[in-house]
Write a protein that binds this ligand. Structure first.
Ligand code: SAH
Length: 405
């Protein structure tokens, strides 16, 4: 196996279980005898050692500023049953969290670094797992990962691979970036249902965003249900209607679901019809958020409860300033439309915007509108999206629930 030697003192963060080796920390690379090229291959397993020749761990080599992502600390090679061990451990945690229930078969099984497997996401929808690789090393292990999921997760029979948007764009990739990893026939995501807290959702992983659903809002959706009774609710950036279904079950007087994507709105309507076939108090609108809020304001429309769950406004550090302005603007527009005694659920899923910066943007919005506002809840990503304490970069979802006088 190829060995990566670090510069003196660069082993400190690895000894504290941070899973990344930056290229600047590397002193030299000693290739194993099989190599023809002058450098390790992207996705190759390498052993990382300190300047004093201490074994630090094994990981995937990657071209870029993060050169190695560690899969196992303190060992020279991966154990033969590595994937079985990791999947088994992750599933056990989800069982402990109470997420594996007859009325809930939707959960995240592997959350990258948060489950000690950098570069891998696995979401479970009923009998199907959707696997997403963020590195070539994970891509090369995709079949072993699928076998381990089938072996360890009793509810799963089919494994779909969806890495067209997540693998490094230019990397040469052997095999398909999308498709079934199991010999699966007859599974049509067209009419596929998964359950979250007793509500049924059509999951379309083929055409949908991410792996098909935003599992990370499960707990926050349940909180909306608690506040929804007799309220006029606006679910802005609704995607397939997650928050809307919980609001309807919570007894909302009316729910308006808005998203710019027609495909998303079609799914909202399908989901509402499945769970609440008799509902007459739900309206789904295909519209841009800013245009919708402006047009409703022009008609003096107001709401008791608004949910704002926009896509990541900042995908990179250099976009943070503009993102904060965007958060301030959209929050100010929403707060203006909330009736006295109403509630705002507002979120940011931009990893690059930390919770203090987000809170400051929302503060600026409330000050701009001049309403008296209190924070009722500070929300975050749920337990099946764990944050490795040694890898705080894994924290991304944050939200505030505001009471607006
Ligand atoms: N709250 C959702 C997830 C939201 S994801 C849930 O619980 O499942 C963000 C959504 O914002 C996507 O569906 C995307 O189509 C939508 N979106 C992106 N830009 C938008 C815009 N300018 N106006 C309205 N919706 C937008």
């Amino acid at each position: 196996m190829t060995t990566v030697y670090l510069k003196p003192h660069k082993e400190e963060s690895l000894k504290r279980f941070h899973p990344w080796v930056f290229s600047g920390a590397i002193a030299r690379v000693v290739l194993d005898a099989t190599h023809k090229a002058a450098a390790p291959e992207e996705g190759e397993l390498v052993c990382v050692r300190s300047a004093a020749d201490e074994v630090l761990g094994v990981g995937h080599w990657q071209i870029g500023s993060i050169a190695v992502r560690i899969l196992a600390f303190g060992v020279e090679t991966l154990p033969a049953d590595y994937w079985l061990q990791r999947i088994r451990a992750a599933y056990k945690v989800r069982e402990t969290l109470g997420l594996v229930q007859p009325d809930n078969n939707t959960f995240r099984l592997i959350h990258g670094e948060g489950d000690f497997v950098p570069g891998l996401i696995v979401d479970i929808y009923a009998d199907t797992a959707v696997v997403q690789a963020h590195s070539i090393g994970i891509h090369m292990s995709r079949n072993e990962i699928a076998d381990a999921i089938i072996a360890e997760v009793p509810q799963v029979q089919n494994v779909y691979y969806k890495s067209d948007d997540t693998l490094p764009f230019k990397a040469p990739v052997e095999g398909n970036r999308v498709g079934w990893l199991t010999e699966t026939t007859g599974v049509e995501s067209q009419d596929f249902w998964s359950k979250e807290n007793g509500l049924s959702f059509r999951i379309d992983w083929l055409r949908g965003q991410k792996t098909g659903f935003f599992i990370d809002q499960r707990e926050n959706r349940a909180l909306v249900e608690r506040y929804a009774a007799d309220k006029d609710v606006l679910n802005m950036f609704c995607y397939t209607g997650g928050f809307s279904l919980y609001a309807l079950r919570g007894g909302a007087r009316s729910v308006d679901s808005v998203d710019v994507s027609q495909k998303a709105i079609d799914l909202v309507n399908i989901n509402v019809a499945k769970n609440f076939p008799k509902a007459t108090n739900h309206t789904a609108v295909t519209a841009d958020a800013f245009e919708y809020l402006a047009s409703q304001k022009a008609q003096n429309r107001t709401y008791d409860l608004i949910i704002l769950d926009p896509p990541a406004f900042a995908k990179h550090r250099d976009a943070v300033k503009n993102a904060l302005r965007g958060y301030q603007r959209i929050n100010a527009k929403a707060i203006e439309m909330i009736r006295p005694g109403g509630i705002l659920f507002t979120f940011s899923c931009s990893q690059a915007v930390d919770k203090e910066a987000f809170r400051l943007a929302v503060f600026s919005a409330t000050a701009q509108v001049g309403r008296k506002v209190r924070i009722l809840h500070q929300l975050h990503q749920p337990q099946d999206h764990p944050i490795n304490i040694y890898h705080p970069e894994g924290e991304y979802l944050k939200g505030l629930v505001l009471y607006i006088e």
